[in-house]
Design a protein around this ligand. Structure first.
Ligand code: NAP
Length: 254
């Protein structure tokens, strides 16, 4: 490539929820594009980091942190920045799903989903952006929303999840506008049904129904999200902010 606009060489990417699923796979692709990697997860992802470092010849570190712990998040970002020398890219991806009828949801069940999927995304984005501003740098933040922020999935009942993801899409736009003068771009991806550990214990009849109505007639893979994240992280997207890229095998077009 004469113009290597998708290269992430010399950049450091921090990925939340990178111990499994989408975060784990996308971390490998970001490393393949040249980025050094920092994985932040509820669980210890040091084995994932070590295997990325060995396979792609980049630096890779792992930190255990709950994204709902605002002080913990700020601490991890400071530690990772000191260790890596800089931070440039945030793939703000940790999230949970909860299936229960809205009529029966307890306050705790409602709050736990909003806390991880919305508050956690905000705490990490805010701490990351504060780090960039304090260092006089720009950067790129990519949040993981969902097609559930645009449509209401059936047959499962998941009002808390849908609401949290719609909020992530609008948070993305809000931060994009506020932080544009600071050189910080903020975008999101909205995956459709993606075959990860998150879907491991989902009822087979639901999965069968989903695939019967997805135009591609199959679930997506985490690998099929990596290109969009690399695009949004790289200099290929320097005029792109506040955008939501829906990657769903055509689901939301039906
Ligand atoms: P996953 O396989 O369950 O992986 C999520 C990762 O995030 C796990 O390692 C999890 O740790 C971690 N995590 C959860 N809560 C956390 C917290 N409070 N602090 C730090 N880390 C936390 O899920 P996935 O399918 O890769 O999903 C990743 C993102 O994509 C989520 O935001 C999800 O909503 C979104 N998404 C997924 C799909 C899909 O079909 N899979 C579709 C649209 C959007 P534990 O294992 O310990 O919980």
């Amino acid at each position: 490539m004469k113009h290597d606009i998708f290269s992430l060489k010399g950049k450091v990417a921090l990925i939340t929820g990178g111990n499994q699923g989408i975060g784990k796979v996308v971390s490998r692709y970001l490393a393949d594009a040249g980025a050094d990697i920092v994985i932040v997860d509820l669980n210890d992802a040091s084995l994932v980091a070590a295997s990325i470092a060995a396979e792609y010849g980049v630096r890779a570190e792992a930190y255990v942190c709950d994204v709902t712990d605002r002080d913990g998040v700020a601490g991890v970002i400071a530690k990772a920045a000191a260790s890596m020398g800089a931070l440039d890219i945030l793939f703000n991806n940790a999230g949970i799903v909860y299936h229960k009828a809205a009529l029966d949801l307890t306050a705790d069940e409602w709050s736990s989903v909003l806390d991880v999927n919305l508050n956690g995304v905000f705490y990490v984005a805010q701490a990351f952006a504060n780090h960039l501003v304090a260092n006089g740098k720009g950067g790129s933040i990519i949040n993981t929303a969902s097609m559930s922020g645009t449509i209401v999935n059936v047959p499962q009942e998941q009002a808390s999840y849908n609401t949290s993801k719609a909020a992530v899409v609008h948070l993305t736009k809000s931060l994009a506008v506020e932080w544009a003068p600071k050189g910080i771009r903020v975008n999101c991806i909205s995956p459709g049904y993606i075959a990860t550990e998150m879907l491991q214990f989902i009822r087979q009849d639901w999965k069968d129904y989903w695939t019967s109505i997805i135009p591609f007639r199959r679930l997506g893979t985490p690998e099929e999200l990596a290109g969009a994240v690399i695009y949004l992280a790289s200099d290929a997207s320097t005029y792109t902010s506040g955008t939501d890229i829906i990657i769903d095998g055509g689901f939301t077009s039906v």
